[in-house]
Design a protein around this ligand. Sequence first.
Ligand SMILES: [Zn+2]
Ligand SMILES: [Zn+2]
Length: 424
Amino acid sequence: MLELNLDLQMHGLYAGGVSKNMEIPVMAEQSKLKGLDALVTADILHKKWFEHVKKNLVEESNGVYADLKGKCNFIVGGEVEDNRRIHHLFYLPSLESATELREKILGFGNLDCILCGRPKLRLSAEQIAEKVVECGGIFGPAHSFTPYTGIYAFYDSLKGAYGAMHEKLKFIELGLSADSYFADLIKENHSYAFLTSSDAHSPWPNRIGREFNRIKMRKPDFASLKKAIEEKDEKLITLNAGLDPREGKYHATACNSCFAKYRIGKAEALKWRCVKCQGEIKRGVRDRIEMIADFKEETHPEFRPPYLHLLPLAEIIQAAVNSKGVNTRAVQSRWLSLVEKFGNEIFVLVDAKETELREADKEVAEKIIAFRKGFVLYIPGGGGNYGKPIICSSEKEMQEKKKELYRELEGISEEGMQKTLGEY
Ligand SMILES: [Zn+2]
Ligand SMILES: [Zn+2]
């Protein structure tokens, strides 16, 4: 049995806002540096992208796909939007079954426009699920808690969303703004496997694999993925890894325009209008989950793997060397030398020994070790703005920063604290 790192949600260059570099050979090469063993083909229903994928993959054996240089395996799949704007993921056994699914949904939406990598379909969640299953595939909601396109933004329960197809639902994808702690506060989620994925729009290692799953598989193919998802009690999914939810763009309730953060009660009292700029206040994942949670404390089903919070290595190096961005020469050269020494980024972040890290790059090693020890604080994201991690070098520094940044860390701005007239 292999134990593989998989990132199963991203977009190709024909989806909106995606880097021109998002092509199979680049994705495969970068995934190797990241430490990912398999990716999703992404956007497989788009005609031009399908042709690109077909040209750039070989079928090594029945249902096992790899890029032409054999750097990375690929699982056939993609994302679609339903008639309520909810996003769903699907995975399929083969490129042939992707053609079959495409034929079934032709006529229910524009599949091939320049931004149609994630097509908008005139089909309900239930109808989409039916068609995926008819083609031998599996389906589940994408970034399930996000306020615009996550299933829990529209429904209090997954049963309501998928109708009769609810029985066939096996996984939910958590998205950047939630983790297993949050998702398992809802009782019905204890029946599903969790997937964590990057939803990357560019192939660089600070984007792909910023969330991934570690799964025991016989082969890097659809059949092994399906088994791991369906037979939860065998614990084949051994790890969900990803950003701390506070880093997500929609974690706290916040204004869409100026990002002022609000308590939920305050936002309601203001009828979701920002006092600072009159922009729209968007309910955050944290508050949404609190509304529908069944549990008050952390609880998980027996089969649930650990959730490991991670940061892209380039961001840790950026903090270590106090650089302006992740793409500066100072950050990139140190990133490359660590990755060359240890083989890949995930190994550096998760598996490399402390002594060896220190030998390779003392400054960066101290930050990685501090991060592993949990000496990190987060200013939560909200309103479409990413959150911000602050890596401290010791427990003491962390406690001091906690006091100093009390308000920011709580994720409520000045505006969000002020009382409205009615409250006096
Ligand atoms: Zn989506
Ligand atoms: Zn505002």
